[in-house]
Write a protein that binds this ligand. Structure first.
Ligand code: FE2
Length: 391
């Protein structure tokens, strides 16, 4: 598999070329003229001098990795080659169980206008088991489900929001397992009120008309009534359902609460809800890469989102969230598997040859850029997060 196609550029063409140096250029005495991994555009001002020097040394060509966006097939191929360690993700089976259960609860609400108490019990068990998994596994964005069919969006979205709310709650309150479990449960249930919204509105591709939007805005309150009628009394769970569309500035719905008047559980769910919606591919829009979604949420901190929650998301995912495919300054390609922590641009990267190494009995090839200061990320190539759940 050749992903980055190295091109051989005659030195006279260097001034009009773009890309990253793929092979170090040095004088016969070993003085480096062009280091590997550096973007050639950085030398724009001095390119004439560099070319002169290379000519004097008898160098005729420079090898460059031209800038390029990876296709979806390339990204799939990279994931195949890099990531085979299911142990560090939330199990696909658990994800499928949650998604299928939300689907069956939706059907039950549509058929019988209620959530049966045994369904709530099953959701509680799934929520607890999901929490256990997510507290163990750092690669949260790699555990999220990808929507394949338009009509499964709400169910997969419920799973993803449950995972993300639990992840963020754990960052804000590490070790508060009971609180995290409740917020995960709230995440699973947060959109159940949508079961009472006409399917044509729910699955409508593109923006809603004013009256359709007014109907859609009723789903938090409908969800709370359904949950209370089925025996849910916990305020942390109910506040996720009722408040996940409230905004920090007071411009949300249904109650237009502001700032800390909005329960924290709902403020966490608001970030998770929008992050998953932005990074989902729908019939009418492409999936936004996680790093753009993080930036967008950060830009809206203090307006739509609680700044503390938005910051927790940035610090825990970093500027290259797990799933980002990057090339390193030495030309190697890998996938980010855990966030940056305090240093937002130095995450842990698993290199492309990791799966093969593991099959050959070796250890996967991780590079923690926080400990490898001689290396850095030279370019962002694409996004490989969200996996097919095969439902
Ligand atoms: Fe919602």
């Amino acid at each position: 598999m050749s992903l980055l196609k190295v091109v051989k550029v005659p030195i006279d063409m260097l001034g009009s070329s773009e890309g990253v140096v793929a092979k170090e250029i040095a004088t016969p005495g070993g003085v480096v003229i062009l280091p590997m991994g550096v973007d050639i555009s950085l030398f724009e001002a001095s390119i004439g001098l560099l070319v002169k020097k290379m000519r004097e040394c008898g160098i005729e060509y420079v090898y460059l990795n031209p800038p390029q966006q990876l296709s979806e097939d390339d990204i799939e191929a990279i994931l195949e080659n890099v990531y085979s360690d299911e142990d560090s993700l939330i199990s696909k089976q658990k994800a499928k169980d949650v998604v299928k259960h939300v689907d069956s609860v939706f059907n039950n609400i549509r058929a019988e206008d209620e959530i049966r108490p045994e369904m709530v019990n099953a959701m509680t068990n799934l929520g607890s088991s999901l929490t256990e998994d997510l507290l163990r596994n750092p690669s949260v964005t790699l555990s999220l489900g990808k929507v394949q069919e338009a009509d499964e969006y709400t169910f997969i979205h419920s799973f993803n929001v449950a995972v993300l709310t639990g992840f963020l709650a754990n960052k804000l309150h590490p070790g508060h397992t009971e609180y995290i479990q409740k917020i995960v449960m709230g995440g699973i249930m947060h959109d159940l009120g949508k079961a009472k919204i006409p399917i044509e509105i729910l699955n409508k591709p593109g923006p809603l008309k004013k009256d359709e939007f007014a109907q859609m805005q009723r789903h938090p309150e409908i969800g709370v009534s359904l949950a209370i009628n089925s025996g849910v009394r916990d305020q942390d769970i109910l506040s996720v359902i009722s408040g996940h569309h409230e905004k920090w500035s007071g411009g949300g719905y249904p109650s237009h609460r502001k700032g800390e008047d909005i329960p924290e559980t709902a403020r966490i769910a608001a970030v998770a809800d929008v992050f998953d919606a932005l990074t989902a591919r729908r019939v009418y829009k492409n999936a936004m890469p996680s790093r753009d979604a993080v930036t967008l949420i950060l830009n809206d901190a203090g307006i739509h989102f609680d700044p503390r929650v938005a910051r927790a998301m940035l610090v825990s995912l970093g500027l290259y969230p797990p799933g980002s495919i990057v090339s390193l300054s030495d030309g190697r390609i890998g996938i980010v598997i855990s966030g940056g922590g305090k240093d937002l641009v130095r995450p842990t990267v698993m290199l492309m040859d990791s799966k093969k190494k593991k099959e050959d009995g070796g250890a996967p090839n991780f590079i923690d850029l926080k400990n490898e200061k001689s290396l850095c990320i030279s370019s962002y190539l694409g996004q490989g997060d969200k996996r097919e759940l095969g439902i």
